[in-house]
Design a protein around this ligand. Structure first.
Ligand code: 3HC
Ligand code: NAI
Length: 707
């Protein structure tokens, strides 16, 4: 056993006649330039070393390799290029075994596909998730994966970005064997020794043909995928290129296929979508880094209480039960509690019905659920989430009760959408223990969680909110106290912009279509029909006495609500939903109401192009986002991007509203705002932060770097 020279990112060590190359580049062994160089050098040297008869590639730490180093994208490329390293591995005259554990993703799996043999440890996750970053597997993955697993499975893997377990990868033909050993090194050595004993030599994926032998069937799968992508990719750039790369794998000799893949990869790499998706990837990982909270220790949370078992309380309960924690739900009376319990059970029935969880899992999760109608049942809870009606008096009464029963040190959270968390905290004797945990509906599905930190919230209370989010597999974003926090406050502003356009001449259907064309899954009026118009109506009525009469107020929504048209649940809203249909149809009666409101408001309607609708909608969004940032309600621009993308349907490939603003250029956004302000200075007044950045020639990204 001798050590060989290495620069550290990948180190080579010989165990008798087997050379083990260990990629050791924390945190996730991404294939940075140093790793590529070390890997290439180790494989090259091994060819010339007569004492080496086989090579094992393994990862140090928790993963094999998580892929290309995403931080290098967009920077000048540094040799050696990953495809060349992969080709070099494949060309090795000595057998190469890759031992996969933890993540073997993207470029990491491509390295493994270029190896001659692959074994996986239990818990390994294999995938080609480049599509989620606006890319395609660009180191031979589109050419090698189909040769091993066939075109349909390879297309599915690359277009979905999903991860396969070790078992699934074995069945799919991506790995040769599962390793019993829990140690990658032992497993790799044992497998390599077996190969040597059997005198097995290199076995190159480029020469594997069986999985693509039925060429017409493989091409038919490619055509079918192309059709599917055309219908479902919603403007995404890379999926169609993935399909074309796989077509090349079938139609062209291997080296030409690699060249085709390279050209398509570079197109993706240069696309703004790649920049937006990579921004979203890092932004999501940035949100829990909170200056000032580095030293705060989260409190222990083993038992969770939930007050209110309505839409949100039940969804939150499911999310907590899914994370393996017990839940006590408190409702006002037996009937309401029964409804809450039924809502929770219904989610699990649905999941079990679809085969997403087993009957045993369903039973285990429900066994962790208990209900009560008295607050004393919450005495043991470490964290209690209040999710009763959106009404200050109701919340104050609940928090006074919680103050009475909660044990010392328990964290008390409100799920309020808009209300003042500081006022709610003041109902207790320990406002330091109180914060907002604003979930999104459906709470067991939506990833976003706004962690609302009040003026008196203690650092360890806030840290508990972040840690709780991590356990629930949510993306926590810190928000300060204000009406609507980050997301709902910005939403209220761009909805107002939409309502003003509607009154000025655009139909709700034009607006929805323009917003969808930008990349949203649905427009604001479809969204309102889905959520139910009654919720917003109640809020508007509550706020009516304090509304600023100087601000324009569009009444169209009120006219619909007065007729009981609350959206899907009542069969009509902005759209018609005959016989419970989920896809709405435009409603001429709504257009007549809109016309009547225009007349009442003295507006002569004008035409709006799709582009103008988008520009106004986004200008309103970006401007309010800048105000939210300026006031410190959000910590950094990228946090706002995360909120918009993971909570409000903003197209991920555009990164988020502030990344989008940077990509368009702040002077252009400011010019739009100034133009619109000529009609309505109060609403369109440019945020001082936007003005300051634009004047200084800076962008929002510069604030991310400073945060
Ligand atoms: N490059 C650079 N940094 C990466 C990275 C990558 N590929 N993957 C993760 N990181 C960083 C994260 O930004 C984070 O950094 P931070 O601590 O400074 O915030 C750190 O590694 C840990 O990441 P996570 O918080 O995500 O850790 P988890 O343990 O939750 O998840 C993971 C690990 C499953 C590997 C997850 O990080 C992941 O999915 N990574 C990306 C995988 C991927 O998309 N690979 C494909 C890359 S594109 C490619 O390979 C192109 C090729 O075809 C040419
Ligand atoms: P909901 O009306 O569906 O449920 C409220 C539940 O609270 C009812 O089951 C009611 O019986 C119960 N309740 C009322 N007073 C109670 C008390 N004193 N003790 C125990 N239970 C009591 O309301 P929903 O939609 O679940 O909203 C709850 C909270 O979550 C509100 O603050 C709302 O603003 C917020 N929210 C709602 C979202 C949504 O999309 N519905 C999204 C995010 C937050």
């Amino acid at each position: 056993m001798t050590d060989r020279a290495s620069t550290g990112a990948a180190r080579a060590r010989r165990y008798e006649d087997i050379l083990v190359v260990t990629i050791d580049h924390p945190p996730v062994n991404a294939l940075s330039a140093a790793v590529r160089a070390d890997l290439a050098a180790a494989v090259r040297d091994a060819q010339a070393d007569p004492q080496v008869r086989a090579i094992v590639l393994a990862g140090a730490g928790r993963n094999f390799i998580a892929g290309a180093d995403i931080r290098e994208f967009g920077k000048p490329p540094q040799p050696p290029a990953l495809p060349d390293v992969c080709n070099q591995i494949e060309a090795s005259a000595k057998p190469v075994v890759a031992v996969l554990h933890g993540a073997a993703l993207g470029g990491g799996l491509e390295v493994a596909l270029a190896a001659h043999y692959r074994i996986a440890l239990p818990g390994a996750r294999l995938g080609l998730p480049e599509v989620t970053l606006g890319l395609l597997p660009g180191a031979g993955g589109t050419q090698r994966a189909p040769r091993l697993m066939g075109a349909p499975a390879a297309l599915d893997l690359m277009l979905s970005g999903k991860h396969l377990s070790a078992d699934e990868a074995l069945k799919a033909g991506l790995v040769d064997a599962l390793a019993g050993e829990s140690d990658a090194l032992d497993a790799g050595l044992a497998y390599a020794r077996q190969l040597l004993a059997m005198r097995a030599g290199p076995r190159r994926t480029r020469d594997a043909g069986a999985a693509l032998a039925d060429r017409p069937a493989a091409l038919a799968a490619v055509d079918a995928a192309a059709d599917r992508v055309a219908k479902t990719a919603r403007g995404l750039f890379s999926p169609a290129r993935i399909v074309e790369a796989v077509r090349a794998a079938i139609e062209l000799p291997f080296d030409e296929g690699l060249r085709a893949e390279r050209a398509l990869f570079l197109q993706c790499l240069d696309s703004p979508q790649r920049a937006g998706l990579v921004h979203a990837f890092f932004a999501e990982r940035e949100t829990s880094k909170i200056p000032g909270l580095e030293q705060a220790r989260p409190r222990r949370v083993e038992r969770v209480g939930i007050v209110g078992g309505g839409t949100m309380g039940a969804g939150i309960a499911v999310s907590v039960l899914d994370a393996g924690l017990p839940v006590v739900m408190v409702e006002q009376d037996d009937a309401a509690l029964e409804r809450g319990r039924a809502r929770v059970a219904q989610v699990y029935d649905l999941l079990a019905g679809k085969g997403r969880i087993s009957a045993d899992e369903r039973a285990a999760r429900l066994a962790r659920f208990t209900g009560a109608t008295g607050y004393d049942a919450l005495a043991d809870a470490d964290l209690i989430v209040e999710a009763v009606y959106e009404d200050m008096d109701a919340k104050l009464a609940v928090f006074a009760q919680l103050d009475r029963v909660a044990k010392p040190g328990a964290v008390l959270a409100t799920n309020t959408s808009y209300l003042d968390v500081d006022r709610i905290a003041a109902a207790t004797r320990g406002p330091a223990d109180v914060l907002g945990l604003h979930f999104f509906s459906p709470a067991n599905v939506m990833k976003l969680l706004e962690v609302v930190v009040g003026s008196h919230t203690a650092p360890d209370t806030a840290a508990t909110g972040f840690e709780f989010a991590r356990r629930l597999r949510k993306i926590p974003v810190r928000a300060g106290v204000c009406d609507g926090f980050i997301g709902n406050r910005i939403l209220a502003t761009y909805r107002q912009a939409a309502d003003m356009m509607m009154e000025d001449g655009a139909s709700p259907y034009d607006i929805d279509a323009a917003v969808r064309a930008f990349g949203y899954p649905m427009g604001p009026y479809q969204m309102m029909d889905l959520a139910g118009g009654d919720i917003g109506w109640a809020t508007r009525k509550r706020r009516a006495p304090t509304r600023d009469p100087a601000l324009r107020y569009v009444q169209i929504a009120d006219r619909l609500c007065e007729r009981g048209w609350f959206g899907q649940k009542t069969g009509r809203g902005y759209y018609l939903y005959p016989d419970g249909a989920r896809q709405g149809q435009p409603d001429p009666e709504v257009l007549a109401i809109v016309d009547a409101e225009r007349a009442r408001a003295g507006v002569s309607p004008r035409a709006f192009t799709q582009e103008e609708i988008q520009r106004r909608y986004l200008a309103a969004m970006i401007n309010e986002a800048a105000n939210v940032l300026r006031e410190g309600v959000a910590l950094r621009p990228s946090d706002i991007d995360v909120v918009a993308v993971s909570g409000y349907g903003f197209p991920r490939h555009r990164g988020g509203p502030l990344h989008y603003a940077d990509s368009v250029g702040l002077p252009g956004i400011l010019a739009d705002l100034r133009e619109y302000a000529k009609e309505d200075p109060a609403f369109w007044s440019p945020s001082p932060l936007l003005v300051e950045l634009a004047d200084a020639g800076r962008d929002f990204a510069s604030l991310n770097r400073a945060a």
